[in-house]
Design a binder for this molecule. Structure first.
Ligand code: ADP
Ligand code: MG
Length: 340
């Protein structure tokens, strides 16, 4: 449905998107996740024909966005970050206006009726847009994107400014839309993307640094045989003891999480089960183990770790190369923003 090859966008000397390539199949719900300024809106604006690309190519439904912009655009419904709503129109007037603008061929009234029903705005159809809540305005924004029934919906940070209840409703809407449309949705908030998208493209500093399912990202980011240990005792000696165990490759002290104890991350050899030895050696030294886990980390935890500094993210494409990604803490700032 969407094929992007080596896409780059340059603003003067600044490169906003670097050599991005990805393919999105019909019916997928894909999330663009990345901190503010990563390049999410730029990619979306290029796909929707709002801005030009500097190099590379993109096709929508087989139509090249540069060579056949009209046909390519016909496949796309776009909800920009700041939807261009006409505040002095009623919802119905506005959607009729968009219908005319898009030169839609479907019978007008039933088409708009159907969209209003789908995004649950029937009860505000005759209200002026300026009198609507942010949640309703956002739905009207989605409604205008749906006019003409495009195959692909591109929604740029659709939940920004919504309260938690509106966000939940909006997620349901995106899921419903995903049944009949290919959907790309962007956010700088992990939980938003994780809730609705099977596949996540992580974008950082203009580059696609990961492209996988949420589950696989979690697996790849937390090498699945890492052990986490919370223990009471002297750091240097604990490290030395752990490193002395056969099969232990590396030990990293994560510092104090619980007062009076230290957390360690232990990476064993692929095939080694070092748990018994760890337990025995530490109890020999009378260093109590307060916690010992091997469970897979949630994506949220991984991103929490990502926000602390540089981590290696293996992607399908760069599995050998290992791209370094650095995130700002904005990725997990969801509650702060949602509650406003
Ligand atoms: P995101 O949507 O991920 O927050 P953007 O795509 O809006 O990121 O921006 C990516 C980068 O491109 C940022 O560094 C931003 O400052 C820069 N940028 C975006 N639009 C312009 C513009 N019109 N002129 C110059 N730089 C821009
Ligand atoms: Mg943006």
């Amino acid at each position: 449905m969407i094929e992007v090859k080596n896409l780059s966008k340059r603003y003067g000397a600044h490169i906003a998107v670097k050599d991005a390539s990805f393919t999105i199949s019909k019916g997928e719900i894909v999330g663009f996740l990345g901190p503010n300024g990563a390049g999410k809106s730029t990619i979306m604006n290029i796909l929707t024909g709002y801005i030009s690309l500097t190099s590379g190519s993109a096709t929508i439904g087989g139509f090249d966005i540069v060579d056949h912009p009209e046909q390519a655009k016909r496949h796309i419904g776009y909800l920009p970050e700041h939807p261009p709503l006409y505040l002095d129109m009623t919802v119905r007037e506005y959607l009729n206006f968009i219908y005319d603008l898009k030169k839609v061929k479907f019978p007008k009234k039933p088409h708009i009726d159907e969209i209003c029903k789908l995004v649950s705005i029937e009860d505000v159809e005759n209200r002026l847009i300026k009198n609507l809540s942010k949640g309703y305005r956002q739905r009207v924004g989605v409604a205008q994107a749906l006019v003409g029934n495009p195959d692909v919906l591109i929604l740029d940070e659709p939940t920004v400014g919504l309260d938690p209840k509106q966000i939940t409703q909006f997620r349901k809407l995106i899921e419903a839309l995903g049944k009949h449309h290919t959907v790309i949705v962007s956010s700088h908030i992990l939980s938003e993307i994780q809730a609705v998208c099977k596949r996540i493209l992580i974008i950082n500093d203009g580059e696609i640094v990961a492209d996988d399912t949420a589950d696989n990202l979690a697996k790849n980011l937390s090498s699945d045989h890492t052990l986490n240990l919370r223990v009471q005792g002297p750091q240097a000696e604990i490290e030395k003891t752990l490193l002395g165990i056969r099969g232990v490759l590396s030990v990293k002290c994560l510092g104090v999480v619980e007062k009076g104890s230290l957390d360690f991350e232990i990476e064993p050899e692929e095939t080694a089960d070092v748990r018994k030895d760890i337990f025995n050696r530490l109890s020999d030294r009378k260093w109590p183990i307060l916690e010992f886990t091997t469970e897979e980390m949630s994506l949220e935890h991984i991103f929490l770790r990502l926000t602390d500094g540089k981590f290696t993210v293996p992607t399908k494409k760069t599995a050998k190369k290992n791209t370094e990604v650095e995130f700002t803490s904005s990725i997990l700032d969801s509650n702060k923003e949602d509650d406003e």
